[in-house]
Each structure stands twice: as structure tokens, then as C-alpha cells.
Design a protein around this ligand. Structure first.
Ligand SMILES: [Zn+2]
Length: 339
């Protein structure tokens, strides 16, 4: 009864459960797309399908302002609009299926985590980071192409121009720097890898700044503004600030982890290709400055890596020479005579 009441508060009215065939179609499409998009991750088709088959799915009357699919955490079920297409799947369906997949409960069935998002008694943490990561994964699963959009006077590249375009664009940049594995693992299996790996490079203080910047974007977006241009420019402002932290802090922090020639090449590739994400004039200026400084530091570091390598080779040779000489001496006639 409580759950029905809760459903009414979000104006969702279930009509009927989906048939086994309908559920099968969604589960198969979703699981295949997800596992194909991230072949190097821990995702296994059979495991994803097994978990998704446990989800209750309903056709429902859903208000127009909500999407084709809605995961409701209180009932742990997904509600689909009558016109939802289970064959091709859209952003809403994939996004909401991921929400079901990432839902973690304690023994009392209280919600603990959803991917990057943590639920505590009085506060929810990392909500916006999680939404961005879920949409980033959704876009990849649907093979959405990157598009340039104008937003609040800014040009932004995003794989999700209609749904969380700004947050998704920022998550794409973080995923480019950190790699997909950390994003996928922490978003789908609710682990701390994403947080710790990013914190390791940029530090806790900067991580918190990024996290609250994401929350601010979500908050502005969910607030009703009469002046849409004003709302978009406030969001664009937060976008620039977060991108600036990534430019200023990521490459500085990541240089510490460069230990081999391969690391150095990877670092160079990242710093050079990151330019592709920056369309704002001031951020571009900052980026060029940081890039020049960091590449200079990198070349010094590469020289010392090479020197260290040469030293080990030389040391190694001295050791071998000594050993050989000793061997020769032991087995020499002289040695036998002395004995
Ligand atoms: Zn969501």
C-alpha cells in the first residue's frame, strides 16, 4: 500500500507487468549493448542478463514531462510508457536500466549506493557525478556520436546533446583522462575506484570542488528559470570552472605517476589530445601554458628515466664481468695448484 502511494506521488500508474517476451527483449538488447561497449571491463553478458531478469518491469501511465522509462528506487521496478520501443532502446531505457543495475541495498533493503552516489540518512552524495557517469555509459552503449552544441554562449562537445549534455561532456573528459575501466566499474558495481583514482591525481580538495560543481550544475538545471539563457549561462560558467580544475590539476598530478617510457608516451598523448575538449578562450590559454610547462617537465623526467635505465644496464655488466673473472680464477690452474 505504501509503495502504491509512493508511486502516486510521482504520478506513475502501472497498467500491467511486461510479458516474459517483452522483458527478454529489453534485457537482451540492454545487456548486449552494454557489454559490447566496454569489452575490457569486468562486465559479463550472462551476469548482466541474470541481474536484469530479476527486475520488475511494468507498462504504465506516466506524465508527459517524464521519459519513456523510469526506475523507481522505492519499488525497485522500471516503468515504461506505452509507446516505448524495446527493440531499438533509447537513452531513457538504457539510462534507467543502469540505475536498476547499480542499486545496492543493505540487509534491511535500505538503499545504500547507486554507482557513484551514496545515500546517508540526511544527505545524498555524488548524485550529479553519478547521473553524468550513467549518461556517459548510456551514450557509449548506444554508440552515440560526439556533437558540438552551443550552450550558454559556449561550444561544448558531448555524446548526449539532449540529456544532461553539460554533465555528460564533463564526464567524457574525466573518462578520457582516467580511462573507462574506473568509470564503468564504479558506476555499475558501486565501488570507490573512480573516486580514489581521481583523488590520487588531483587531490581530495580538488575532487570535492569538482563534485560540488557537478551538483551545482544539476541544481541550476532543476530550478525553474524564466530566463533560460540566464540558466544556461550559469551552467556554462560552472562547466568552465570544472574544466579549468581538470586542466590545472590533472596533468600536474599525473606526472608523478610517469615511471616508464610507455607512461611518458601515454601522458603526452593525453595532454595533447585533451585540447579537443577545450573551446573556451580562457581555458585554452591556461591549457597552452600548462601544456608547455608540463611537457618540459616530462622531457626532463624522460631523460632521467633513460639515465636510470642505462645505469642499471652498466651496473649489470660490471656484476657479470666480476662474476666471470671470479669463475675463471676459481677454475684456473693457479687455483688448483694452490689447493
Ligand atoms: Zn538518472
Amino acid at each position: 500500500m505504501d509503495l502504491e502511494k509512493a508511486l502516486r506521488t510521482v504520478e506513475i500508474e502501472p497498467i500491467r507487468s511486461l510479458t516474459f517476451a517483452e522483458v527478454g527483449q529489453i534485457v537482451q538488447n540492454f545487456s548486449q549493448r552494454l557489454t559490447l561497449a566496454f569489452p575490457n571491463s569486468e562486465l559479463k553478458l550472462a551476469n548482466v542478463m541474470e541481474k536484469m531478469f530479476e527486475c520488475h518491469m511494468f507498462l504504465a501511465d506516466i506524465p508527459d514531462n517524464l521519459g519513456n522509462a523510469n526506475y523507481f528506487y522505492k519499488t525497485q521496478a522500471i516503468y515504461f510508457k506505452l509507446n516505448a520501443n524495446f527493440e531499438t532502446l533509447d537513452d531513457y531505457i538504457v539510462h534507467e536500466c543502469i540505475h536498476y543495475f547499480q542499486d545496492i541495498r543493505d540487509e534491511k533493503r535500505e538503499l545504500q549506493r547507486m554507482g557513484l552516489c551514496r545515500f546517508r540518512e540526511f544527505k545524498i552524495y555524488n548524485m550529479a557525478l553519478n547521473e553524468a557517469a550513467v549518461q556517459y555509459i548510456t551514450s557509449k552503449a548506444l554508440e552515440s556520436k560526439k556533437e558540438e552544441i552551443n550552450y550558454g554562449g559556449l561550444t561544448i562537445k558531448t555524446t548526449s546533446p539532449k540529456y544532461y549534455p553539460v554533465l555528460t561532456s564533463l564526464m567524457e573528459q574525466i573518462a578520457f583522462l582516467l580511462g573507462d575501466d574506473a568509470v564503468v566499474e564504479s558506476t555499475l558495481f558501486s565501488t570507490d575506484r573512480f573516486t580514489f583514482e581521481l583523488m590520487d591525481v588531483i587531490g581530495e580538495r580538488n575532487f570535492n570542488k569538482i563534485q560540488s560543481g557537478f551538483d551545482k550544475i544539476l541544481e541550476i538545471r532543476q530550478t525553474a528559470y524564466e530566463d533560460i539563457a540566464k540558466q544556461e549561462s550559469l551552467i556554462a560558467n560552472e562547466y568552465i570552472k570544472i574544466q579549468n580544475i581538470l586542466i590545472q590539476e590533472y596533468f600536474k598530478g599525473a606526472l608523478v605517476f610517469v615511471e616508464t617510457k610507455d607512461d611518458a608516451n601515454e601522458y603526452k598523448r593525453k595532454i595533447e589530445n585533451f585540447k579537443d575538449y577545450i573551446k573556451d578562450y580562457d581555458n585554452l590559454k591556461t591549457y597552452e601554458k600548462i601544456k608547455e610547462k608540463q611537457l618540459e617537465k616530462l622531457s626532463k623526467k624522460t631523460i632521467s628515466i633513460n639515465k636510470a635505465k642505462m645505469l642499471t644496464v652498466v651496473k649489470h655488466n660490471i656484476f657479470i664481468d666480476l662474476f666471470r673473472k671470479l669463475q675463471e680464477w676459481i677454475f684456473s690452474e693457479e687455483y688448483k695448484i694452490k689447493k
